[in-house]
Design a protein around this ligand. Structure first.
Ligand SMILES: [Zn+2]
Length: 256
């Protein structure tokens, strides 16, 4: 076993793992449109793959839990197939998961999130539930920390959704998510919400994605490659591993 992945362990194996495990990694994604060239499970699959790779690096100190494969996506609802949770639903699911895991002896949690629309809810969830359940909860975007790779390898001026960055990550972690013969650049609408995002403007919390892009993409997926994805993913895993080692007071030379 090179990763304590709860979904493929028996209770005996889980019991044994508790001799070393101090933290649970909870992968969180979304089920939403990703333009004409990526399938709707994209965020959930990427979060799960990242969590498993991080779980390998943090072995034998971390569990990887089942993935929460839907998230906060009301802004994508006008594209067919999107399923969105209410923020209160996501917080309730997290509360029940964390309560169960605390019952088994875990006190530290990393919410490993791949979907930008979940971030504000995870901020609320972590501050609420840290106090309520008396545990330590952290949240992080899967690949947001790969600053060197973004600078060095990503050439699009705009990225954000089903773009050069995200499609590259998928080509490295789960290429079956991508329709290579359908790759499209974002069909950006210059009017609408963009104007509201300028400094000093009042920002409307609720909006629809089609106000910003006609085909559901922001960025240029045609520039994506597996190599770019590998740089982004591996740099992010280095950073997340370093961060978790600090949180768990582990030395940097743990075996992985
Ligand atoms: Zn996504």
């Amino acid at each position: 076993m090179d990763c304590y992945n709860l979904t493929s362990m028996t209770w005996k194996e889980v019991e044994e793992s508790l001799k070393t495990v101090q933290l649970a990694i909870i992968p969180i994604g979304a089920h939403e449109q990703h333009g004409p060239h990526m399938v709707e499970s994209c965020d959930a699959v990427l979060a799960e793959q990242m969590a498993k790779k991080l779980g390998q690096r943090m072995y034998p100190y971390a569990w990887v839990t089942p993935t929460i494969n839907m998230g906060i996506s009301p802004h994508h609802i006008n594209f067919p197939g999107t399923i969105s949770l209410q923020p209160t639903t996501l917080i309730a699911v997290l509360k029940d998961m964390i309560s169960s895991l605390k019952y088994h002896g875990i006190k530290k949690f990393l919410l490993l999130n791949s979907h930008g629309g979940n971030q504000s809810t995870l901020n609320v969830a972590s501050s609420m539930l840290t106090n309520e359940l008396e545990v330590e909860i952290y949240y992080a975007k899967t690949t947001a920390s790969a600053r060197k790779s973004f600078e060095k390898y990503v050439t699009s001026s705009l990225f954000g959704h089903s773009c050069e960055r995200e499609v590259s990550e998928a080509l490295y972690l789960a290429p079956e998510l991508v329709r290579m013969d359908e790759l499209e650049k974002g069909d950006i609408r210059e009017d609408g919400r963009w104007k509201q995002l300028r400094p000093g403007k009042a920002i409307q919390g609720f909006y629809f994605y089609e106000e910003m892009t006609k085909n559901g993409c922001i960025g240029d997926a045609t520039k994506a490659s597996k190599e770019i994805g590998q740089h982004i993913v591996e740099e992010s895993l280095d950073n997340l591993t370093e961060e978790l080692n600090k949180l768990l007071n582990l030395k940097a030379d743990i075996p992985y």
